[in-house]
Write a protein that binds this ligand. Structure first.
Ligand SMILES: Nc1ncnc2c1ncn2[C@@H]1O[C@H](COP(=O)(O)OP(=O)(O)OP(=O)(O)O)[C@@H](O)[C@H]1O
Ligand SMILES: O=P(O)(O)OC[C@H]1O[C@H](OP(=O)(O)O)[C@H](O)[C@@H]1O
Length: 209
């Protein structure tokens, strides 16, 4: 999209939250199982055109295993961010993360958009979108430690830093669902599916044609 079109859309949006659909933010501590549960529901919603899964942009090479995302070098990410390429962006673990601005279009037409986000961006999300569901995935601390060590994506020092990262915000509010993923992925995954089906039922696709 042309930069001028992006700026025009942003100016139109200021003070007016993006309506109709629902932004489903999947949050929780590292190792809780956000990507695992997103993959679980994604496999079961392939026929549902109303649910989209945001493809994140991260300044990390994709390992192809835990999450399929786009990669940008740090300077390119900063340029993209400045040109309005992201609906939302944040920094964590020494990395930059962005959610493409195109999710606004999906939500405007009444779709449900699912994205793994930082707990720290929930206030910004609630300001940007009229309908936000916050799906907070949890697991016991010892479970997180075991899973991150077994995943093997980070060094031992990085794993310890991730475990030490505490939730910066109180996430409670409308549309907040807490899902414990200390058991099997199926148990938590079915609860997550139920939240998504409620979000689809809630999204407003009437009057959009
Ligand atoms: N219910 C579960 N039972 C057993 N292992 C699980 C379960 N859920 C996730 N895992 C495993 O735990 C590890 C962490 O899961 P995942 O990468 O989905 O977490 P995450 O919350 O996305 O973490 P991060 O924020 O670090 O990306 C993975 O190796 C995954 O296979
Ligand atoms: O701790 P907070 O800010 O909630 O989450 C920060 C980030 O940590 C994880 O990153 P990754 O997917 O493991 O790289 C999450 O996906 C989120 O984007």
């Amino acid at each position: 999209m042309m930069v001028s079109a992006l700026i025009e859309r942003e100016l139109t949006r200021v003070g007016a939250p993006v309506r109709n659909g629902v932004f489903v933010a999947v949050v929780g501590p590292s190792g809780a199982g956000k990507d695992t549960l997103i993959a679980y529901v994604r496999e079961r919603l392939t026929d549902d055109d109303h649910v989209e899964f945001a493809r994140r942009v991260i300044t990390r090479n994709s390992d192809g295993a835990t999450e399929d995302h786009d990669t940008l070098a740090d300077a390119a990410f900063v340029d993209a961010e400045a040109s309005g390429a992201f609906a939302l962006s944040w920094e964590a673990h020494g990395l930059r993360y962005g959610i493409p601005a195109s999710v606004d279009d999906a939500i405007s037409v009444g779709h449900v958009v699912v994205a793994n986000t930082s707990r720290g961006v929930i206030p910004a999300l609630r300001a940007r979108y009229a309908h936000v569901a916050v799906v907070e995935i949890t697991a016991a601390p010892e479970v997180l430690a075991t899973r991150l060590a077994a995943r093997g994506r980070e060094s031992r020092g990085e794993v310890l830093a991730r475990l030490a990262r505490t939730a910066p915000h109180d996430l409670s509010g409308p549309g907040h669902a807490l899902i414990d993923n200390s058991g099997t992925p199926e148990i938590a995954g079915e609860k997550f599916l139920a939240v998504l089906r409620r979000s689809v039922a809630y999204s407003d696709v009437s009057g959009l044609v």
